[in-house]
Design a protein around this ligand. Structure first.
Ligand code: DAH
Length: 357
C-alpha cells in the first residue's frame, strides 16, 4: 500500500478510537517495538541507496504527523475526563482555597521592635554582644570582683573550662556589652556622645515560677559624653529618657519615681518605678497595694566601668539602664505569668497583633 494511503488509515483509526484505552492500544500498534509506523520508517534500509533520501524524508513526515494526531487525541480524552470530574464532583475551582495558618510576631519581639525604633529615633545605635560571655566582661569589668556578694545574686550558668580560654558563662545580663562597646568605640577613635542600646537574651540558673525564668530578655542602654562641653550627662537626662521610653511602650502618660538601688557598675544606682497601670496608682494586687511597679534598674556609670572602657572618669560621665523586656511586655499586655513567653502555647502567642509597625 502506498505510504499516503497508510497514513490516512492510521489517522482515521486515531480519530475513531473510542476512548483512552483504545488509543493506548493503538499507540502500541503504531509505535511499539514492532509498530507499523516504525516499520514504515525502517523499510528505508531495504531500498536502493538513491531512493533512500526521498523516501526517508517522506516517511519521517508521516511519522511526525501520526504522532501529533495521537497526542492531540490523547489530550482530548484527558480534557473530557477532567470535565467529567468537574461536572460530577462538588469541586468548585472558583472558590478561594482553605486559609493557611499564619505566624505572628512574639510579644517580646513586638515590644523590642518598638523600643529599637524609639531609641534609634533618639540617636541610639543598636549593639550586639555574645550570649556566651567571659567572666571578665560579665563581672570583673563591671566592678564585680570574684569575692563580691553581687555575684551570688546572679545564679550563673558556668561553662566547662578550656585551657587558655579563661572562665566562660552564659551572660547573666546585657550589661557586659557596656565595656565591650566602650573598648570598641575607643579603638575606632572615640567620638562622643556614645548612645547605644543592646537588646538581648540572658540566662540565669533560676527555679522557674510565675515571675522567674532561666532565659529572659533585657535591653541595656548606655549613654556616655564629656563632662565639660555641651552635653554633660546627668541624672536628669536619665530620668527624661526613661520616662519617654515608658510613655511610648505603655502607651500612656506615666509617672516615675526613683529609689536607691545597688548595682556595682553604677553610682548612684536606682530602681525606677512607674505608677501602676492596672489601678492607676490606687493600689492593687499587681503593685502589692503600693501604687508603684518596679520596672527599670539604672544609674550613673561607675568610674571603674569607664576606666575598664579606657575612659577617664574625670573627663566622661554617663548613664546606663537595664530593662527587663518580659516585665515591660507583661505590664503592657496585662500578662501575669512569665512562663507564657517560653511556653510555646500557640493559643497564647496568637493573641498578639501580627505586625506592630
Ligand atoms: N544588669 C543588671 C541586672 O541584670 C541591671 C542593670 C542595673 C543594668 C543597673 C544597668 C544598670 O545598666 O545601670 O541585674
Amino acid at each position: 500500500m502506498d505510504m499516503n494511503a497508510r497514513r490516512d488509515q492510521w489517522l482515521l483509526a486515531i480519530a475513531g478510537a473510542a476512548d483512552a484505552a483504545a488509543l493506548a492500544e493503538l499507540d502500541t500498534r503504531l509505535f511499539g517495538s514492532k509498530g507499523e509506523v516504525l516499520d514504515l520508517v525502517r523499510t528505508v534500509t531495504t531500498l536502493p541507496k538513491e531512493e533512500r533520501p526521498v523516501f526517508g524524508k517522506a516517511a519521517n513526515a508521516v511519522k511526525q504527523e501520526v504522532e501529533a494526531a495521537l497526542a492531540a487525541r490523547r489530550e482530548q480524552f484527558a480534557q473530557r475526563a477532567m470535565q467529567k470530574d468537574l461536572d460530577t464532583s462538588d469541586f468548585d475551582p472558583t472558590e478561594p482555597g482553605p486559609k493557611r495558618p499564619r505566624g505572628a510576631l512574639h510579644p517580646i519581639t513586638i515590644v523590642q521592635n518598638e523600643l529599637v525604633d524609639l531609641f534609634t529615633s533618639l540617636g541610639f545605635q543598636w549593639q550586639d554582644g555574645p550570649e556566651v560571655e567571659s567572666e571578665y566582661f560579665n563581672f570583673d569589668a563591671l566592678n564585680i570582683p570574684s569575692d563580691h556578694p553581687a555575684r551570688e545574686s546572679q545564679d550563673t550558668f558556668w561553662l566547662a573550662e578550656h585551657a587558655g580560654l579563661g572562665k566562660n558563662l552564659l551572660r547573666t545580663h546585657t550589661s557586659p556589652v557596656q565595656v565591650r562597646t566602650l573598648q570598641r568605640a575607643l579603638r575606632a577613635g572615640f567620638n562622643p556622645p556614645l548612645k547605644v542600646i543592646v537588646p538581648g537574651r540572658c540566662f540565669r540558673s533560676e527555679t522557674v515560677d510565675k515571675s522567674h525564668e532561666h532565659t529572659f530578655y533585657q535591653m541595656e542602654g548606655l549613654v556616655v559624653d564629656r563632662v565639660h562641653g555641651e552635653h554633660g550627662i546627668s541624672t536628669a537626662n536619665l530620668i527624661h529618657t526613661m520616662k519617654t521610653c515608658l510613655r511610648v511602650i505603655l502607651e500612656r502618660d506615666v509617672q516615675v519615681r526613683l529609689r536607691p538601688g545597688f548595682f556595682p557598675f553604677v553610682e548612684p544606682g536606682f530602681e525606677l518605678d512607674v505608677n501602676c497601670p492596672f489601678c492607676k496608682g490606687q493600689g492593687c494586687s499587681v503593685c502589692k497595694q503600693s501604687g508603684w511597679i518596679e520596672v527599670l534598674p539604672c544609674g550613673m556609670v561607675h568610674p571603674n566601668v569607664l576606666r575598664q572602657g579606657g575612659l577617664d572618669p574625670e573627663e566622661y560621665t554617663g548613664f546606663a539602664f537595664g530593662m527587663g523586656l518580659q516585665r515591660v511586655v507583661m505590664l503592657r499586655y496585662g500578662i501575669d505569668d512569665i512562663r507564657q513567653f517560653m511556653g510555646g502555647d500557640l493559643r497564647f502567642l496568637a493573641q498578639f497583633p501580627e505586625v506592630s509597625r
